[in-house]
Design a binder for this molecule. Structure first.
Ligand SMILES: [Zn+2]
Ligand SMILES: [Zn+2]
Length: 381
């Protein structure tokens, strides 16, 4: 079937599809499931690309949410079915190539008024599913997009690829963090970790006139960091010797889940400086969880020992700020789309591996244990 006025081929939608279903810790299975039905105000999107994200890896490897679920939330694809309610109230049309956003805040509650969108109850609901408890659904052939996340759907310009569309979500989380840090042009900012996330931080900071000092454990990534605009680079082990009181840091972004990197950055930034945590997304066991596991752990009040000991005077006396940033800021979506689609932030060199849907488990394994040659990994259903 063709839409003559647009000449866009629209698929006959099958009844069933292939999907990678999370069935338990480290248990992903390729299954045949029903293609989701859409209701009033909804879209059905044929998935072209879905990025593999560290937050999904964490859920799969640590079982932090109950199965079954279909993960994958950095999704781009084509609208193959659209409710007439949507066409009446938006510019979205059948055949549009779109990037999806699985979380959209209400913009009205206490948290939204304070720009803490990730804490908003509406935001916490996942509005995209390929079946089961909504969890993104990008590791499947089709996804259903619910009404409350429609404001997050962005059309992909003709010259841009689905891969670029799928990168809007991670880029949004980075731009949000940069705005929380709010460095001034000329500031010296450390970006610890030069994986795909760190490299995008480096580029966005460079575009704002910031002098980036990039560190990583791998020499090959430092070379990439220079291509992405880092002024200086060094191996993480050499950082302390590089920073003296003659060349101080104004702030730091920690894009690796290393407590030691945080402590080191807090020591190295100068008074009034900021350290932003971006990769510390795994919670330490709480007292309640310890109580639950009382049988295995006879001392209910012994919390997990933390290697983290913070000199609070560095916060009070030296006025250093320790800040965090998690997830995306919906209000930045238009700016993110301009940044990526104009290729001022060219995300194409960041995508190192494409996996077919059947090999999603291998894609996730590689993303969890990156190699010198691996950066952003995507699945193409
Ligand atoms: Zn993500
Ligand atoms: Zn809200």
């Amino acid at each position: 079937m063709f839409h003559l006025w647009l000449n866009i081929p629209v698929l006959d939608i099958p009844k069933t599809m292939r999907a990678v279903v999370y069935r338990g810790v480290n248990d992903l299975r390729l299954e045949t499931v029903p293609v989701p039905r859409i209701g009033p105000g909804e879209l059905l999107v044929k998935v072209a690309v879905c990025g593999v994200c560290p937050t999904d890896i964490k859920k799969i490897q640590h079982g932090t949410v109950p199965p079954p679920r279909i993960f994958g939330h950095e999704t781009a694809g084509t609208i193959v079915k659209i409710s007439s309610l949507v066409t009446r109230h938006s510019s979205l049309r059948l055949g549009d190539r779109v990037a999806l956003h699985h979380h959209v805040p209400c913009l009205k509650c206490h948290f939204c008024r304070h720009a803490s969108f990730a804490q908003c109850e509406t935001y916490k609901r996942t509005g995209i599913t390929a079946g089961f408890e909504p969890a993104g659904g990008g590791y499947a052939e089709f996804v259903r997009v619910m009404p409350f996340v429609l404001p997050g759907v962005v059309k992909i310009p003709v010259r841009n690829s689905f891969e670029e569309g799928a990168m809007l979500e991670p880029v949004n989380t980075i731009l949000k963090a940069v705005k929380r840090l709010n460095p001034l042009p000329g500031d010296a900012v450390l970006v610890a970790g030069q994986g795909p996330i760190g490299l995008m931080f480096t580029k966005i900071l460079q575009l704002r006139g910031v002098r980036v000092l990039a560190t990583d454990l791998l020499e090959s990534r430092l070379k990439l960091a220079r291509k992405f605009g880092a002024r200086r680079t060094c191996l993480a082990s050499e950082l302390s010797s590089l920073i003296t009181h003659h060349s101080s840091l104004d702030s730091a972004i920690i894009a690796v889940p290393s407590d030691e990197a945080v402590l080191q950055a807090l020591r190295l930034v100068r008074g009034g400086g900021q350290v932003l945590l971006f990769a510390h997304t795994k919670r330490a066991k709480s007292k309640v969880q310890s109580l639950k596991s009382k049988v295995q752990n006879p001392s209910p009040f012994s919390l997990q020992p933390s290697a983290f000991s913070l000199d609070l005077a560095s916060i009070c006396l030296d006025e250093k700020d320790l800040i965090g940033s998690y997830s995306s800021d919906f209000t930045l979506q238009a700016e993110v789309a301009r940044l990526v689609f104009s290729r001022r932030l060219d995300v194409r060199p960041l995508i190192s591996h494409h996996f077919p849907l059947e090999e999603t488990a291998a894609a996730i394994a590689l993303a969890a244990k990156p190699t010198p040659g691996s950066l952003k990994i995507v699945v193409e259903p």
